[in-house]
Design a protein around this ligand. Structure first.
Ligand code: GNR
Ligand code: NI
Length: 168
């Protein structure tokens, strides 16, 4: 197991559209375990493969209080169940330190494969629905900052670019 490094906005690799996973083999389960370790290490509630520079349609989540309910979604396909939107102050491990209100459908259905390669379908609401949509956005090369004003996005970009310069 390993903690992987997480790409940060405005890294252009975060704009890559991920490719479907063709088979759930030992390499993939190894990547899943590394992504879970990376998510828990970073205290995140979700992580998409895109964020660790792997451009496959795979994400992990754990919104539980005790951080003991890992969820794995391979090739997730989402359906909006209800057009009603909810708003939430979203953050992102790839946009560290910034939080902005984002509006998204409150209820979704998702069909995906789990870590065992078996297909499942479930309905999600609350934080699970928010997080799943946020993670699928990553797989499509999107970030929550795409939903805020260009002025706010530019301010975040400048601050993170400065932080990256200081770190280098
Ligand atoms: O840890 C995370 N918290 C969070 C809070 C509100 C909405 C979405 C998220 S996902 C984020 C982890 C992350 O960046 N996943 O891509
Ligand atoms: Ni994110």
């Amino acid at each position: 197991m390993a903690v992987l490094s997480i790409l940060e906005f405005p890294d252009p690799r975060l704009r890559t559209v991920a490719e479907p996973v063709s088979e759930v083999d030992a390499d993939l389960t190894g990547l899943i375990d590394d992504m879970l370790e990376t998510m828990y290490d970073a205290s995140g509630i979700g992580l998409a493969a895109t964020q660790v520079n792997v451009h496959k349609r795979l994400l992990v989540m754990d919104t539980s209080e005790d951080r003991d309910q890992p969820r794995v979604y391979i090739n997730p396909e989402i359906t909006v169940l209800d057009e009603e939107l909810g708003s939430y102050d979203e953050g992102c491990l790839s946009v560290p330190g910034f939080y902005e209100e984002v509006h998204r459908p409150r209820r979704v259905s998702v069909t995906a494969m789990g870590r065992d390669g078996e297909s499942f379908t479930e309905e999600l609401d609350g934080l699970n629905a928010i997080c799943l949509q946020h993670e699928i956005d990553h797989l499509d090369g999107k970030l929550f900052v795409d939903y805020i004003s260009p002025l706010k996005r530019q301010r975040i970009r400048k601050k993170l670019e400065k932080a990256h310069r200081l770190r280098a």
